[in-house]
Design a protein around this ligand. Structure first.
Ligand SMILES: NC(=O)C1=CN([C@@H]2O[C@H](COP(=O)(O)OP(=O)(O)OC[C@H]3O[C@@H](n4cnc5c(N)ncnc54)[C@H](OP(=O)(O)O)[C@@H]3O)[C@@H](O)[C@H]2O)[C@@H](O)CC1
Ligand SMILES: Nc1ncnc2c1ncn2[C@@H]1O[C@H](COP(=O)(O)OP(=O)(O)O)[C@@H](O)[C@H]1O
Ligand SMILES: [K+]
Length: 517
């Protein structure tokens, strides 16, 4: 699914109207119907809130609010409307103002007459949407401050008022703190960034049948990976396949006290469908590893506590390094040797050896940035924001971090998985793909090691292109976390639960089972 800018969204609305032969008021009615269904979903029939206040601005966002007020009134909700005065109102605003039944109380907001809002009021924030052209000030800012201070349940229409769809607003500017946001057609970039979580609350996108043709021809660097995107992405295992078909993977992981990271990554790699897995681990971990992962082969390093040797890479179709590695100088030298070997073409024309770099491998890269030039094309790096900062520089805000991420992936021609609630995959071509799966239960030690193991398995599978493998791994990892959380709850989820659910998660992305999340 694409993510468009506010300007592109306005053009999309216009294209929909033209192509479908609608009036803009008819499209607005679809938006209002979607909002009405949100109310039905929340409150059911007959359980309506005692007091619903619609705060309406002068543009089409306010028009949505006015249309919704009419629909709620017709559905026997007790509604009142407060209008933000302006010198100009949009034509669809005027249309819906006229259609509002006289029985609905309407007040004009002024500095001395802010609408009464109690903690029990359900407030619909229809002040400003994608037409926000500058930070809120004056009366608009005063209304927002008044609303936020009331701590009522707020539903934002399309986007919380005062929030820009794809840029930061100045610090301390007024933005509605919504508990829910219902948007139309496509998600907005702002919804996916941690800095906006306090404003956006829980968000959802409702289908109002916006022009699929316009969306298809509109270019954007931003994408949202949802169930529909991922249906059928994992090719079926051919009837006459054998373990060689799916690749032999090498995992370099573990150090004294951190063997669990190697065990989890190996478990995920095996559940990810790899043909063969060999783990190279420090000698202290040999028994631990063999006992817990009997399906994997194991190479023991000469050093007891850390990895100091790089095995011969010839047998392997992909290599991952990092989980539980530690930052010993000898392990750093192994990383350097690995990058030097991988940066040499394996065959004259073939692609370079697929690499996955995680955790301490990334920290070592950050300490020795000269190694970045050795990264083979399509190497996969999986930093969380702190690790990413060590590779680049501190970001001013989440939008700046996305710029740094995009530049880094383009400059080093690699695939960077910036981990978080909406993990963002940056490609060498400058695209950013935000992941939709996963939950806060996954914020627990070892979750990232599981992702590395799954990435290793899918990069070893020569049937998948590099980008396809990585996007699938990120999506299936989050989905496995969601399936696990159904069983354990979020608090009770541990990384091993994600491993156990990788199989079902991958099945949902397979070419035979095209069911959704
Ligand atoms: N197009 C369609 O058919 C559909 C559109 N839909 C809905 O329309 C929304 C977009 O509507 P929109 O483009 O009219 O913009 P909107 O957000 O209401 O604000 C514009 C007004 O606010 C004003 N203004 C801006 N910033 C301001 C500020 N800081 N302080 C004060 N004033 C400020 C601005 O004035 P100006 O910038 O010209 O001074 C203008 O008057 C969209 O989010 C969705 O909800 C859906 O119904 C689906 C169909
Ligand atoms: N709130 C969240 N929502 C969705 N996914 C999350 C959330 N918190 C963490 N995750 C996922 O869990 C994993 C955590 O990785 P990482 O930070 O490397 O943990 P560790 O190093 O402990 O294994 C990442 O894939 C991340 O996307
Ligand atoms: K709004």
């Amino acid at each position: 699914m694409k993510i468009l800018t506010a300007a592109q969204t306005r053009a999309l609305d216009q294209a929909t109207i033209t192509e479908q032969g609608l009036t803009s008021a008819q499209l607005m009615e679809r938006a209002a119907q979607a909002l009405l269904f949100w109310f039905y979903g929340q409150y059911g029939y007959g359980r309506v809130p005692a007091d619903t206040l619609l705060l309406c601005g002068p543009g089409n966002n306010g028009g949505d609010g006015l249309a919704l007020a009419r629909l709620l009134h017709e559905a026997n909700y007790s509604v009142r409307v407060a209008l933000l005065p302006a010198s100009r109102y949009s034509p669809d605003w005027q249309h819906n103002r006229q259609r509002l039944p006289a029985a609905v109380p309407v007040a004009e907001i002024s500095a001395g007459a802010l609408p009464a809002i109690s903690a029990d009021t359900v407030v619909v924030d229809a002040l400003f949407g994608t037409g926000l052209s500058r930070p809120l000030a004056g009366l608009a800012a005063a209304v927002v401050a008044h609303l936020n201070q009331a701590q009522a349940r707020v539903l934002a229409v399309d986007i919380p008022s005062g929030l820009f769809a794809e840029a930061s607003q100045p610090a301390d500017s007024a933005v509605v703190r919504a508990r829910h946001t219902v948007s139309f057609g496509l998600p907005k970039l702002a919804f996916l960034l941690p800095q906006n979580a306090e404003f956006v609350g829980e968000w959802q996108v409702e289908d109002i049948e916006l022009s699929p043709g316009f969306i298809a021809r509109t270019t954007t660097p931003w994408h949202y990976t949802d169930a529909a995107t991922m249906a059928g992405q994992l090719p079926p295992r051919p009837r006459f396949s054998h373990k060689g078909t799916f690749g032999h993977a090498l995992l370099l992981a573990g150090s004294r006290g951190k063997m669990g990271a190697a065990v989890l990554a190996a478990g995920a790699c095996l559940r990810g469908g790899v043909g063969l897995l060999t783990a190279h681990i420090p000698a202290c971990g040999y028994d631990i590893f063999q006992n817990s992962q009997p399906e994997a082969m194991c190479l023991s390093d000469a050093q007891p506590d850390h990895i100091s040797e790089l095995p011969n890479l010839k047998p392997y179709q992909a290599v991952a390094i990092g989980p539980g590695l530690g930052q010993h100088a000898a392990s750093s030298s192994v990383l350097r040797q690995l990058l030097e070997a991988a940066s040499q073409p394996r065959e004259k024309t073939g692609p370079p050896l697929p690499l996955v770099l995680d955790a301490d491998a990334l920290n070592l890269l950050g300490q020795h940035r000269e190694l970045l030039s050795l990264l083979p094309e399509n190497a996969v790096l999986t930093p969380h924001p702190k690790e990413f900062e060590r590779l680049t520089e501190p970001a001013r805000d989440d939008y700046h971090r996305l710029e740094l991420l995009r530049d880094f992936a383009q400059q080093h021609r690699c695939l960077v998985v910036l981990k978080g609630a909406y993990t963002c995959l940056a490609t060498p071509g400058g695209e950013l793909h935000f992941n939709s799966t996963g939950n806060p239960g996954m914020a627990t030690g070892g979750s990232g090691d599981v992702l590395t193991g799954l990435l290793l398995a899918l990069r070893a599978d020569a049937r998948l292109l590099p980008f396809e493998a990585v996007r699938l791994a990120v999506y299936a990892h989050g989905l496995a976390g969601d399936l696990a959380a159904h069983e354990t709850g979020e608090a009770g989820l541990v990384a091993g639960d994600i491993v156990r659910h990788l199989g079902p998660a991958l099945s949902r992305c397979s070419q035979r089972a095209q069911n959704t999340k």
